[in-house]
Design a protein around this ligand. Structure first.
Ligand SMILES: NC(=O)c1ccc[n+]([C@@H]2O[C@H](COP(=O)([O-])OP(=O)(O)OC[C@H]3O[C@@H](n4cnc5c(N)ncnc54)[C@H](O)[C@@H]3O)[C@@H](O)[C@H]2O)c1
Length: 327
């Protein structure tokens, strides 16, 4: 099939592109390289250097293959994703995430693209009312970033009803790790997530890891989260595309490992695997951080036959260290 991957030069997008290529699909990546990297592009995929805010260029890309049958599916990963920044500069998130998505949806309609895979986030839920968080959990985003993702899910619902676009909204929990086959080495730009921060400390780029609170109601007092390996996420995109195209139905699913891992467990595993001391200091809690957040991915299992296979703690750290040890 012909797949257009918007944001395909980024951290998750490059893994998704690799997975579709591995499955024999023909891939076109559309990206402005604002945080994506040229080294994340593959010679077998076509690359269009463009911005989702430039509707003319985007619509040219989406209609590019129309005469040859068009794109069968579009994967949309292009967004800003820094939760903290979205609270001080919501305008930037309104424009890139929301206006950008409306452009992509309109270009998909123009290009006759019927399957739409969207990178949503666990941030749509906000503070958990029960665990594990399933898709029926109330959505109450605590950040403007999470709000943009939820709004986009609503737009998708309308374009499904009005324009026949079948979508898969994939609510990722904490994405981590690098390609299990070691083929992708493009580091995330300005990482704010825990595992990259730990890796940068192991490499000496940072002096220490800050642990935000050790007095939570969790076994070791540090925050517990659900980490899902990026190779597992990539596989889920291919399965989601199969689902929307074969069943002519839209879905919204959580993608998590269903395992809670604490901050301290990650730091300790990283010390063991890297052999580096990785200094860590306990600092105060961050506002809005829940003690624990874990996913139920039962729906993804039931509908897509997807289960995380690479998301155990050692695999998350080992595949990350394989990339960071060589920088
Ligand atoms: N990393 C996570 O843990 C996580 C969790 C939940 C959801 N997500 C979502 O997954 C998606 C991918 O995240 P990522 O971690 O790979 O981030 P990333 O920053 O590496 O990837 C985003 C890609 O989109 C491109 N992009 C951004 N704005 C663009 C624009 N205006 N025009 C064209 N391209 C543009 C960037 O250059 C980059 O290649 C995002 O939508 C993010 O919100 C990520």
């Amino acid at each position: 099939m012909n797949i257009l991957i918007v944001g395909g030069a980024g951290y998750i997008g490059s893994h998704v592109a690799r997975e579709f290529l591995d499955r024999g699909h023909s891939v076109t990546v559309f990206d402005n390289l604002s945080s994506g990297k040229r080294e994340n592009l593959f010679p077998e995929a076509k690359f269009i250097h463009g911005d989702i805010l430039d509707y003319t260029g985007l619509s040219r890309a989406a209609t590019d293959r129309r005469s040859a049958g068009g794109f069968d599916a579009l994967v949309h990963l292009a967004a800003f994703k820094a939760v903290g920044e979205s609270m001080v500069n919501p305008e930037k998130y309104s424009v890139n995430n929301i206006n950008g998505t409306i452009n992509i949806l309109n270009a998909a309609v123009e290009g006759g693209i019927k399957n739409f895979i969207f990178s949503s986030s666990a941030a749509v839920f906000g503070r958990p009312e029960y665990l594990p968080v399933d898709e029926a959990h109330p959505t109450n985003p605590e950040s403007y970033y999470g709000f943009t993702k939820l709004e986009i899910e609503r737009f998708l619902g309308w374009y499904d009803k009005l324009k026949g676009i079948r979508f898969a909204a994939l609510r990722y929990f904490n994405a981590a790790g690098y390609d299990v086959k070691g083929r992708l080495k493009g580091l995330e730009s300005n990482p704010a997530n825990l595992i990259p921060v730990i890796m940068e400390t192991a490499c000496g780029i940072r002096k220490e890891v800050q642990i935000f609170g050790n007095d939570y109601d969790t076994p070791d007092g540090t925050g517990v989260r659900d980490y899902v390996h990026v190779s597992d996420l990539a596989i889920a995109h291919a399965m989601a595309m199969d689902y929307t195209s074969k069943n002519d139905k839209s879905i919204t699913v959580n993608l998590g490992s269903e395992t809670g891992i604490s901050v301290l467990e990650i730091v300790e595993a990283a010390r063991r695997i890297t052999g580096k001391p990785i200094p860590a200091t306990i600092v105060g809690r961050r506002a809005g951080d829940p003690a624990k957040l874990t996913a139920s991915s039962k729906k993804a299992h039931d509908l897509l036959n997807w289960t995380a296979q690479y998301s155990d703690l050692d695999m998350l750290i080992k595949t990350s260290w394989e990339v960071y040890r060589n920088i």
